[in-house]
Design a protein around this ligand. Structure first.
Ligand code: GA4
Length: 328
């Protein structure tokens, strides 16, 4: 982090030193979901990084392109039109403010609740074209989340194979969230050193089991490796990126660890647009290390997803939210 005199509009947003181009990380595993070793590859990637991309995922490009185009259209509309869908408390349009506890970023977004396979009534989409595009996209993400979680279970030897996937895409209504982020270039960075970036979305881990991200091929996403080093993730429009979330960390008794990640905004020409599906379980779901994965002592005490979610929404973005749930 650098300390510099900065424009007033950035006062509450942290400036970062951008990794140099050679710090762009070529080691993010790309898992071929259609390959014979996919389950083992998924688990290996989850263990090493808590983060990987998936290719040959079967999601039609049209579903992605359609939502991206609708999202671009929405973010290009007037501020008054966008504000009519806000504030994001908890769902709707938000700008710069993230959560309720003072976190700020150079980002605007739509944060929406999903009920089963469609936008919930608590989160009306600004236009019917956007709503239809989101519903089609979320349907595809549920399928992808199911595949990935089944592979995690298979690769770890958890049975039945659907044990984890059912928590997110099973019969009981689960707690799924969908977010579309827009990171415009930051003109206020002009005049500051060229390797200076502004925080788009501050570092954090995702509380759910799994998150699936797609971006429009613009850089900005960074992940923390297990040794604490931050690296830039090379963008790939044709892939989806999967994050291990805190709940999966607990269920696997820490064998898989949630990945700390963040987004930096630069002063380049292109906006970054990302869309993220967060797969959480039903509120009443008990989260505890799975007996099948418990060789020694449990690292976490049991809690419900509702309990964890409540605690998460009281925390700051960068907090270690699992610490209070660790066993002594
Ligand atoms: C991080 C992952 C998801 O984007 C999110 C975020 C949520 C929000 O934006 O309202 C939180 C954040 C996220 C974790 C801690 C709390 C809640 C902002 C924040 C400071 C939608 C989620 O589920 O948790």
């Amino acid at each position: 982090m650098v300390v510099l005199a900065k424009p007033a509009a950035l006062e509450q947003i942290t400036l970062l030193r951008t990794p140099e181009p050679w710090e762009s990380f070529s080691g993010v595993p790309a898992v071929d979901l259609s390959g014979p070793d996919a389950a083992a590859d998924v688990v290996r990637a989850c263990e090493r990084f808590g983060f990987f991309s998936v290719v040959n995922h079967g999601v039609p490009a049209g579903v992605v392109d359609r939502l991206e185009a609708e999202a671009v259209r929405f973010f290009a509309s007037s501020q008054a039109e966008k504000d009519a869908s806000g504030p994001a408390d908890p769902f709707g349009y938000g700008s710069k403010r993230i959560g309720r506890n003072g976190d700020m970023g150079w980002v605007e977004y739509l944060l929406l609740a999903i009920e089963r396979d469609a936008l919930s009534k608590a989160s009306p989409a600004p236009t019917s074209a956007l709503r239809d595009a989101i519903n089609a996209y979320v349907g595809a993400m549920r399928g992808l989340a199911r595949t990935v979680l089944e592979m995690v279970a298979e690769g770890l030897g958890v049975s039945p194979r659907g044990a984890l996937a059912d928590m997110v895409t099973g019969d009981v209504a689960s707690d799924q969230v969908f977010r579309v982020n827009h990171y415009p270039p930051c003109p206020l960075l002009q005049g500051l050193p060229p390797n200076c970036s502004v925080t788009g979305f501050g570092e954090h881990t995702d509380p759910q089991l799994v998150s699936i991200l797609h971006s429009n091929g613009t850089p900005g996403l960074q992940v923390a490796l297990h040794d604490g080093r931050w690296v830039s993730v090379p963008p790939n429009r044709d892939a989806f990126f999967v994050n291990v979330g805190d709940s999966l960390q607990v269920l696997t008794n820490g064998r898989l660890r949630s990945v700390r990640h963040r987004v930096v905004a630069g002063n380049g020409l292109k906006s970054r647009v990302s869309m993220i599906y967060f797969g959480g379980p039903p509120l009443a779901q008990r989260i505890a290390p799975l007996p099948q994965l418990l060789a020694g002592t449990p690292l976490y005490r049991e809690f419900t997803w509702g309990e964890y979610k409540k605690a998460a929404y009281r925390s700051r973005l960068g907090d270690n939210r699992l610490a209070p749930f660790e066993t002594p």
